[in-house]
Design a protein around this ligand. Structure first.
Ligand code: MCN
Length: 773
């Protein structure tokens, strides 16, 4: 067997990004200092819903150092389009999709706590903050819609003229005959579930800096989608794309929320043009919490029908998704994913999903790590546990009886998605063995009998959809000095693409990894791209780099063949050297190839052979999967949940860098467990965000999380050359249901069947108390 050399793909390699980041040398938007910069501050609504009656700027304008106070009347005429909204579903169809007009500043009324109404530009951030305090906005409060479930006793106060009942869209899909199966099945279960609103907790709050010189915008933004921002700005400002350069420097986390295009990203460049000076806006933490899009927020009802042998025959799902006050860029796409993925890892023949989006007086809801799929996995995995309980069957066994089998792939799912590959039984088997499941159950039984300790074991088996197209760009060029430049359209926020992409290119070309320079996040350098979200970067972006690298390798073979007077087909690349098959004594290394290609008088086509630049179009989405097992112990006096053990077996196909993939799993687990136990964005009845700071919004601290045991199986996808699926969201998706299932399992003998997240000590304690009265 030939051992590939050097072997980078699959190797544990530390992130090349980290030395700069951990020594404080990473440059985020707020670290860029431009001479004569003006500082923008944004006046935001202190009401959830109100008419704007009057804005008095006079006192703000008089403050020395204030250059301008602008409201919608001055701004909106410079803006030619509403803020962008993308809608699209893979299956099913929207009904009555309402996309209300949204301008960067509100003129007539505000619709959520934090809705922008005016901006101040001043010589320093302190002066702009002072001027904000002196700005007087007179509001007439309106009644607030803060729940997605309409209160039938109260008249609806429409947020937008376009929708008198605040309906944002509905999306429906069905397959087989669910109604018949519910009528005729041995058992049915029904579970209302509320999934709370979450605030994506990126370490770096949003920030924008812009300069306008020589009719050209340069914009630094903490965005996940620099090209999307460039293209949206071109439409909104009616400016040619070539006049706009967007740079996403280091981005300190995004988790989906930075894939939106925000009003500040329009306002800052506009003001840079207006004032002829650079303009900068950096959100404070609380401003970020108010104005950056939130995630989740669904109220649902899941019903399952099953036979007495534990075969699930039908699923029925109703979802009311709280969209917040406007559609952010991808709001309409999120909740339909919940419907599409509701059958999870199971071969369920009949089903129906009805999803309704509703406008409420809250910050817009956008994709947040998992975007619709965590909600689906959570609901089906809770439902399956309830079926198991009702049948008196072990939850692992019930899952096993319903899994899609390995020989069924590619599998057309209940609602018509094509699952590429999977072996769910193998992952479950591995997880159960690793935790010693039967021994755990034995200990649980003993604890219940002997010492009344509340021990719970929660299982979740999930599948998710990722690797969305339609394409991503990837270019590879061997430079005259022999180094290799990789350009990628994906634009990371902490995922480690520079390391990962360098591994792929270095392995294909058989060059040292340090010779590969990966560039991203600057539209002047990488002109085409879609960005980083939906765990698409490895399956799509890295595949583009892989394909480009292969083309360059092939090009180099042709040059070598020419120089060695051999047929290209006879040239192989072995241990970093090109040689004729069977004659390893005469070979050419990369330096010789490069020198020949760039030599004076060399055939110009040879340089072209060392360059590839393409858009990789995936053949379909990929479906990573896995099993999470959580073991908890609950203090019955306080309701406090302690995670004693958390074990994962994730499968994202071939893994490019196990260390980084594991890092992704760790981060995802923190967020999924955070959803299960701690986090919730709470709006008061008057529409005020009461969890608007890090003190009030409970991101889990390190001591609240266990030491994770992470494992994997590898089931490659046939859909891309790397055999790789995404891993960026998987752990967020699997961990919430495992944790909640564990807590409910610990309490099930008391008659508790469900508690809505977050499972705070108070909620758990109250649920226990309720069983004792
Ligand atoms: N990887 C691998 N082998 C695979 C798949 C992934 O080695 N088969 C590793 C690679 O090192 C790759 C990383 O995992 O760089 C993530 O790859 P992928 O799963 O393709 O996900 P993306 O790069 O497209 O990242 C997006 C995903 C999403 S949707 C959210 S939300 C999220 C996440 O990644 N937000 C993050 N992870 C985050 N991590 C950080 N630090 N910050 C965020 O904001």
């Amino acid at each position: 067997m030939q051992i590939p050399f050097p072997q980078f793909i699959g190797a544990h390699i530390r992130r090349r990004e980290d030395p700069n980041l951990v020594t404080g040398r990473g440059r985020f938007v707020a670290d860029f200092r431009l001479k004569d910069t003006l500082h923008m501050a944004v006046a935001r609504s202190p009401y959830g819903h109100a008419k704007i009656l009057r804005i008095d700027k006079s006192r703000s304008e008089k403050i020395p150092g204030v250059l301008g106070v602008l409201t919608a009347s001055e701004i909106n005429s410079l803006v030619h389009e509403s803020m962008p909204v993308v809608s699209g579903v893979l299956v099913g169809d929207y009904d009555n999709l309402v996309i209300p007009e949204q301008r960067p500043l509100q003129s007539d009324k505000v619709r959520y706590f934090g809705d922008p109404v005016a901006i101040v530009l001043a010589e320093s951030p302190y002066i702009s903050a002072d001027a904000l305090e002196q700005l007087y906005v007179e509001y007439e409060p309106l009644s607030v819609t803060s729940s997605s479930r309409p209160d039938s006793n109260r008249p609806v106060e429409p947020l937008h003229e376009e929708s008198s009942d605040n309906s944002a869209f509905s999306w429906n899909v069905s397959a087989g005959d669910a109604a018949k199966n519910f009528a005729n099945s041995d058992v049915t279960v029904e579970l209302p579930i509320k999934i709370q609103r979450l605030i994506p907790g990126a370490m770096e709050p949003r920030a924008v800096l812009a300069r306008y010189t020589d009719n050209q915008f340069t914009i630094w933004s903490s965005t996940q989608v620099p090209h999307g921002l460039r293209d949206s700005l071109a439409s909104i400002l009616k400016v040619s794309r070539k006049k706009i350069r967007v740079i996403a420097p280091e981005v300190g986390g995004g988790f989906g929320a930075k894939s939106n295009i925000y009003p500040e990203e329009v306002l800052v460049p506009l003001m840079a043009r207006q004032f002829g000076r650079p303009v900068r806006w950096v959100a404070s933490r609380s401003e970020d919490y108010q104005s950056t899009s939130h995630g989740r927020d669904q109220q649902s009802l899941i019903r399952l029908a099953a036979t007495s042998e534990g075969k699930i025959t039908a699923v029925d799902l109703e979802v009311v998704a709280d969209c917040g006050a406007y559609h952010a860029r991808c709001t309409p796409c999120v909740a339909p994913f919940t419907g599409m993925m509701i059958s999870g890892v199971y071969d369920i023949p009949n089903g129906r999903a009805q999803v309704k989006g509703v406008f409420t007086n809250k910050s817009p809801m956008e994709p947040y790590r998992g975007a619709g799929r965590p909600e689906a996995a959570y609901m089906i995995e809770r439902g399956v546990d309830v079926v198991a309980k009702k049948l008196g069957m072990d939850p692992a066994e019930l899952r096993r009886r319903n899994f899609i089998q390995p020989d069924q792939f590619p599998f057309k799912s209940l609602f018509g998605l094509y699952y590429d590959s999977g072996d769910y039984e193998k992952a479950l088997q591995k997880a159960l063995q690793l935790v010693d499941y039967s021994e755990l159950r034995r200990k649980q039984r003993l604890a219940r009998e002997n010492d009344s300790r509340l021990i719970g074991i929660g299982i979740s088996t999930y599948v998710e959809i990722c690797g969305f197209g339609p394409w991503e760009s990837g270019a590879v060029r061997v430079m005259p000095d022999g180094k290799v430049t990789v350009l990628t359209g994906s634009s990371p926020q902490g995922q480690g693409h520079e390391t990962t992409w360098a591994q792929i290119c270095a392995e294909v070309l058989q060059v040292p990894m340090e010779d590969v320079d990966v560039k991203h996040g600057d539209t002047a350098i990488v002109q085409r791209g879609i960005g980083t979200f939906g765990s698409r970067s490895v399956p799509v972006g890295a595949s583009a780099v892989h394909e480009s690298s292969e083309i360059v390798r092939q090009g180099a073979r042709e040059i070598a063949a020419n120089l060695m007077e051999a047929a290209p087909a006879d040239i192989i690349l072995e241990k970093g050297a090109f040689q004729v098959v069977g004659s390893p004594q005469s070979s050419l290394n990369w330096e010789q190839i490069v020198s020949a290609a760039y030599a004076e008088g060399a055939d110009p086509s040879w340089r072209e052979l060392l360059t590839a630049d393409l858009d990789y179009k995936p053949k379909g989405e990929t479906y990573p999967f896995g099993v999470h097992i959580c073991i908890v112990e609950i203090n019955s006096d306080t309701g406090q949940v302690e995670i004693v053990r958390f074990l994962t077996v994730d499968d994202c196909g071939h893994v490019i860098n196990p260390l980084l993939a594991q890092g992704q799993v760790h981060g995802g687990l923190a967020q999924g467990i955070g959803q299960a136990l701690y986090e919730e964005a709470v709006y008061a009845a008057d529409g005020t965000l009461t969890t608007g700071t890090l003190l009030d919004y409970a991101i889990p601290k390190a001591h609240q999380l266990p030491s994770y045991e992470t494992h994997r199986t590898e089931t490659p996808t046939p859909l891309n050359p790397l055999g790789a699926k995404g891993i960026g969201e998987a752990a967020t998706i699997g961990s919430t249901p495992a944790t909640v299932n564990a807590v409910v399992d610990a309490l099930s003998h008391l008659g508790i069947t469900h508690i809505d997240t977050p499972l705070t000590p108070e909620k758990v304690w109250r649920a226990i108390q309720a069983t004792q009265t």
